[in-house]
Design a protein around this ligand. Structure first.
Ligand code: AMP
Ligand code: GLY
Length: 424
């Protein structure tokens, strides 16, 4: 079968790597792909929202399955478009993708279905938002309601921070139109986890647990990023907590979607905080997480194509996933300036050496080839991922591999996994 893969990040590299191991996959074409994805796929310079060219390519290669990695094309309705043209698509349609692309829609659905989440109010008028902040006090959380590449959330400890966040998000539009409206949310505390599930319209199949590290700096400080590292499994999610999350979050959300006539096929990702009063949803994503996918794909033993086809055909109840019991960790290296305006074009060395280490894989997030040299081409540049006998072993392998890699302005956190390792 020929696969059309949409995207170019570390997540898509991990998916391409895993899909390429399936004996049923003949050819993968990636749009636009990356030098990393190019090891397994024919990459073509077509953007992820260039729907006409994407559809044309799907026809040309007679794609048996289209796999959509990032949120933007999902939010813009690429699935709907390709399904109408007769293709099988892994990734939710536009209506279902609102769970991620419209934080107010998802908050509403959570409320209707009594899914535990932070109390919140939405504002389209900055002055009203400011008044609310003055009235509610801090700490408080300000979120752009639209897509902002994981950066649209500001945790505000002082009133002045909150007022500034409202000004930057709503008036100065630093996240573009995604910040026209904000959700102002109760500040929750507790450890976080990412729970991803395959959804085939009726069935839910939870993947292994994972945890992301969202801020740029060590000790979970500094501005939000798309994610600076992740590991799987996370010991904070016991089997009891996991089944509570399935019962209290995934089941009612899927029921709500079905009730509203919305079909969901793909991955649903719940970002949760384990608070003193139980797990609460911080956000939903309508796709695989980045970087959670990198450790998850290192651990998945089953054929990814089989699972994706089961999702598309509504047969998730007929499959069983096998996972490597060993933990995996992933550490992201970012370019100078990220998550603000980042530099590109710095020469990257050492990936090949790092890749040769046993149980280590380097996934490219933002790289390109320029005059035959691999250079940085994005905020997050690469993700070193390793399996280990223990989480500490996986961590040591990641940092050993990372020490072989270099580019100017390279930044990575030295404390990925710190919460779990502290408790071991
Ligand atoms: P989100 O993109 O909504 O998952 O938010 C990004 C990060 O902001 C989360 O991973 C949390 O670390 C933090 N966060 C989001 N919402 C809240 C909240 N209500 N209380 C405390 N921290 C939050
Ligand atoms: N790791 C967070 C995300 O994929 O949005």
């Amino acid at each position: 079968m020929n696969i059309l893969l949409i995207g170019s990040g570390g997540r898509e590299h991990a998916l391409a790597w895993k899909l390429s191991q399936s004996p049923k996959v003949q050819k993968i074409v990636a749009l636009p792909g990356s030098p990393g994805i190019g090891q397994y796929a024919d990459c073509r310079p077509i953007g992820v929202t260039d729907f006409d060219k994407i559809e044309r390519t799907a026809r040309e290669i007679q794609a048996g399955l289209v796999v959509i990695g990032p949120e933007d094309p999902l939010a813009l309705g690429l699935t709907d478009r390709l399904q109408k043209a007769g293709f099988r698509v892994f990734g939710p349609n536009q209506a279902a993708a609102r769970l991620e692309s419209d934080k107010w829609f998802s908050k509403d659905l959570m409320r209707q279905q009594a899914v535990p989440t932070a109390d919140a109010r939405m504002f389209s008028d900055p002055q009203a938002a400011e008044e609310y902040v003055r009235h509610r006090g801090t700490p408080i959380v300000i979120k752009a309601t639209g897509l902002a590449k994981g950066k649209g959330v500001t945790l505000c400890y002082r009133e002045s921070d909150a007022l500034q966040a409202i000004d930057q998000t709503m008036r100065q539009r630093v996240f573009g139109d995604a910040g026209a409206k904000v959700v102002i949310e109760e500040f929750l505390t507790g450890p976080e986890c990412s729970i991803l599930a395959f959804i085939d319209r009726r069935n839910i199949y939870l993947m292994e647990t994972s945890q992301d590290h969202k801020t740029i700096d060590e000790g979970d400080t500094g501005p939000m990023t798309g994610g600076m590292g992740a590991y799987s499994p996370t010991p904070i999610v016991t089997p009891q907590i996991l089944s509570q999350i399935e019962r209290e979050v995934f089941v009612p959300i899927l029921d709500g979607l079905v009730r509203d006539g919305i079909e969901y096929k793909g991955v649903l990702y719940a970002g949760l905080m384990l608070t003193a009063s139980g797990p609460k949803v911080l956000e939903f994503n309508c796709r695989f997480g980045d970087p959670e996918t990198q450790p998850l794909m290192m651990r998945l033993k089953s054929d990814l194509l089989d699972v994706m086809l089961a999702v598309v055909e509504g047969k998730l109840d007929q499959i069983t996933l096998e996972w490597d019991p060993r933990p995996a960790m992933c550490v992201v290296a970012s370019s100078k300036g990220y998550p603000g305006k980042n530099r590109v074009g710095d020469v990257i060395t050492g990936i090949e050496q790092a890749d040769q280490m046993p149980n280590v894989k380097v996934f490219h997030s933002g790289t390109e080839l320029k005059d035959g040299q691999l250079v940085t081409a994005g905020g997050r540049v690469l993700a070193v991922t390793a399996l280990g006998d223990t989480l500490r072993d996986a961590q040591q392998r990641c940092y050993q591999a990372m020490s072989l890699i270099h580019f100017d302005g390279m930044h990575y956190r030295r404390d990925i996994g710190h919460r779990a390792l502290k408790n071991l």
